[in-house]
Design a protein around this ligand. Structure first.
Ligand code: ATP
Length: 566
């Protein structure tokens, strides 16, 4: 930064000196009738060369500083986003976040690279230019300076309009990104309802609106330069008119008046661009506010100051009067208490919206309870470090996410330092080895974008292999509701049973066999623990479970194969 400023200073000084040399030459040609000497010509060319070098130096150095700032900002945004609690993401639309990461960062990028260079150069030019003008002819200078307030007033007015439109453009761009993101993630729904043309119209309307405000901004920014140039030339004409009289009166030389006009034009530039830079700065401040709002958000779930690592656990889980809400006046879980012994299989069931996923989120420490506590092996989760807890649990979600990369990398996601033997054992146990080796590239097969697409059952088996590698003591499952074909279903079930063996398991259960085999069934209703017990116990009680079991589950699973419903 310091070196860049030094270069900038030198290159600006040379720029300011050039009209002075022009003045001398004009006078020696016009007044003294002398030819330009070769030495002077060479001297001038050398000066241009030096100036070019200094210009390159400060352009590059200041640009590089800006780019580094941006790269760092991008990296810290990415890593900070990962530390934020789940609630941060559920409250925002993905498209809106992406817009901040792309559109807003782009604005900051322009600002951080161009702003320092422009601002410093313009300031130097303005100060130097005015000083030289005053030295040359103070009366003429005052004439020039009279024009400045007019220029500034016009520039500021235009700047303000530009800022208003810029905010609106950024908002519209964010909405456009959101629509695009929703289209991509919701493509199945769009296609199955045949709403492509509706989405097209919705998107076209959005594009039209964005285009309209962008064009409005463009009109102003396009007019900006010409207006400033017009004002500059008008000033030059005024100086010429006044200067001509002074020359005729013999008060100044022709060289002086030419140099004066050049200087006057030189300083009109900075005055115009100050206002523009000011509005750019406003625009940039808006964007950085949106970006720093993310960086300043603190994760809700963090390690307590006195948190200790959780020693290897046996898998005992206890909920003590746990209550939770997402929004202050809408309780989701109310005073839930239960205790689970190591190795127990717990099935969570209940009507939709009863709070099953929320309970799992709390157990996973995606959120902390509002009141009450969750204990693992007698230790409250709030008193242990998150990492040491996560190292001992595994989560198999309903929707398995595979990251871009090879199948091997995807399985190793659970334990990057696993040995080859561990990897193969986990894949075999998860019934994934056979289908993986059937692909031409085996474990090196690329998945995700432009790669292989796996079936639902295959994805689940990859997720199970991931969990096997981790060998957790506590397992959290969100059972897939999607219908798998018989063979795939069987493989997934077998793999899951092997995975659950000997581990404390919580499963949001959708399949009858899972529920029937559970050591304990927790029946949730409207955020309360309505009943708990084994399948026979709860059937006998003829309460909510009995009702759900006979009416809903049997009905819903009637279409499943024989073995499921028998
Ligand atoms: P389902 O079987 O339909 O998945 P569930 O039993 O898993 O339902 P939860 O997802 O835990 O139910 O939701 C419980 C309640 O909490 C619902 O009323 C839901 O509207 C609310 N809820 C869930 N997530 C959020 C959130 N991020 N912000 C606000 N409210 C939420």
């Amino acid at each position: 930064m310091a070196l860049a400023t030094f270069f900038l200073l030198l290159s600006s000084l040379i720029s300011l000196g050039l009209p002075w040399i022009v003045r001398r030459q004009v006078d020696s040609i016009l007044v003294d009738r002398q030819m330009v000497t070769l030495t002077l010509l060479l001297g001038l060319i050398s000066l241009f060369l030096i100036q070019a070098f200094f210009s390159f130096g400060h352009n590059y150095l200041l640009g590089a500083v800006g780019q580094r700032v941006l790269a760092e900002l991008r990296a810290s945004l990415f890593s900070h986003l990962q530390t934020l609690s789940l609630s941060f993401f559920t409250r925002r639309r993905t498209g809106e976040l992406l817009s901040r990461l792309t559109n807003d960062l782009a604005v900051i990028q322009t600002l951080s690279t161009e702003m320092p260079v422009n601002l410093t150069r313009q300031a130097l030019t303005l100060i130097g230019g005015v000083a030289i003008l005053l030295y040359m002819n103070w009366r003429l200078t005052f004439l020039v300076l009279l024009l400045i307030p007019i220029v500034v007033a016009i520039a500021r007015w235009m700047g303000k309009r530009l800022k208003q439109f810029s905010i609106s453009v950024q908002d519209h761009l964010a909405d456009t990104t959101t629509l695009m993101e929703e289209m991509i993630s919701g493509i199945r729904t769009i296609k199955s309802f045949g709403r492509e043309s509706y989405e097209q119209i919705r998107f076209s309307r959005q594009i039209e609106k964005t285009l309209a405000v962008t064009l409005a901004r463009l009109r102003i920014s396009a007019a900006f330069g010409p207006v400033m140039i017009f004002l500059g030339f008008s000033a030059a004409a005024g100086i010429l008119w006044y200067g001509a009289r002074e020359i005729l009166l013999g008060k100044i030389t022709p060289g002086e008046i030419i140099a004066f006009i050049i200087y006057a034009m030189i300083i009109t530039g900075p005055i115009g661009s100050f206002a523009r830079l000011f509005s750019q700065l406003q625009e940039g401040l808006g964007s950085s506010q949106r970006v720093f709002e993310i960086l300043d958000t603190k994760p809700l779930v963090t390690d307590a100051p006195n948190a200790r690592p959780l020693p290897p656990i046996r898998g005992e889980v206890r909920f003590r009067e746990v209550s939770f809400h997402y929004l202050a006046d809408q309780p989701v879980l109310q005073e839930i208490s239960f205790a689970v012994q190591p190795g127990e299989k717990v099935a969570l069931i209940g009507p939709s919206g009863a709070g099953k996923s929320t309970l799992i989120h709390l157990l996973h420490r995606f959120y902390d309870p509002v009141s009450g506590s969750i204990e693992v092996d007698g230790r409250p989760l709030k008193e242990v470090t998150i990492k040491s807890y996560y190292d001992q649990i595994a989560f198999v979600p309903q929707e398995v996410i595979l990251f871009g990369g090879t199948l091997r990398e995807n399985i190793l996601y659970g334990k990057p330092d696993a040995t080859e033997a561990e990897l193969l054992a986990a894949s075999r146990a998860a019934h994934a080895h056979d289908f993986i080796t059937a692909f031409p590239h085996g474990y090196q097969t690329q998945v995700g974008e432009k790669g292989l697409t796996l079936s639902g059952g295959q994805r689940q088996r990859i997720a199970i292999a991931r969990a096997f590698l981790k060998n957790p003591r506590l397992l959290i499952l969100d059972e897939a509701t999607a219908y798998l074909d018989n063979e795939s279903e069987l493989f997934v079930q077998e793999a899951l049973e092997r995975l659950m063996a000997g581990k404390t398991t919580f499963v949001i259960a959708h399949r009858l066999t899972t529920i029937q085999k559970a050591d304990r069934i927790l029946v949730l209703n409207k955020g309360c623990l309505a009943e708990q017990g084994t399948h026979p116990e709860l059937i006998e009680r003829r309460g909510l479970y009995y009702h759900l079991y006979t009416l809903k589950i049997v009905g819903a699973e009637a279409s499943l194969p024989e073995q499921e419903t028998s």
